[in-house]
Design a protein around this ligand. Sequence first.
Ligand code: PGA
Length: 262
Amino acid sequence: MAAVRKPLIAGNWKMNNSHLEAIALTQKLGFALTDKDFAATEIAVLPPFTALRSVQTLIDGDKLRLLYGAQDVSPHEDGPYTGDVSARMLAKFGCRFVLAGHSERRIHHHEDDVLVNSKVRAVLQRNMTPVLCIGEPLEVRQAGEHLDYVLAQLDGGLAGLTAGQVGGLVVAYEPVWAIGTGQVATPADAQEVCRAIRGRISAVHGHPAGASTRILYGGSVKPDNMPAIMAEPDVDGALVGGASLDASEFVRICRYRERSTA
Ligand code: PGA
């Protein structure tokens, strides 16, 4: 079953890199990553909006196999939404992936599950792949309520979607307490939640959807902790923040198979 889910490793650059810096980083990745890397894993970068055009031009021009996408999207069609960027615009850029509901958006922009769900729908409508981000804050984990919390976010984010849509999208489990803190979840912690996510998708949307949805772990992923996380059966890849800003670190993460889990 796991064989049909090709691993996905996505670099979430967050609010880092001017378009010039983005070009430099993309060039380094294009130079370092090989056909062998891309045969084994889908690899994507998620630059800020202002760098997307430069990254697109470079990837197209040099025929790189790197995929790319955006970190956020408006739930609305084009129109009077100052400062927002529509799914239509991102699709025109050739974006494959769009994050929805990253915890930094939920925290700093008060995004709730209803809004996140409308973003997921906007992305699907333009034939891109949503990456629905979910994860519990520290106090929820300490109270032992993380599974209920994460599954409620999952239900909210996927509300009203067809089984086919759910089977084709990506869920990223990112415990808030592990993001940017250096405090990575243990492989067993990641597996516990990713397994519960897959079980819930199977229960609500049917087994084929549960078997094909890719579930990523995110939160302080580094070259050294990646192999053990990827050894877990329900983890299909990683959403990488800080370590994706350094080309050699990110490439080492993409080559997790070559590293021992010891
Ligand atoms: P981090 O961020 O790898 O820097 O912890 C992950 C994320 O927020 O996607």
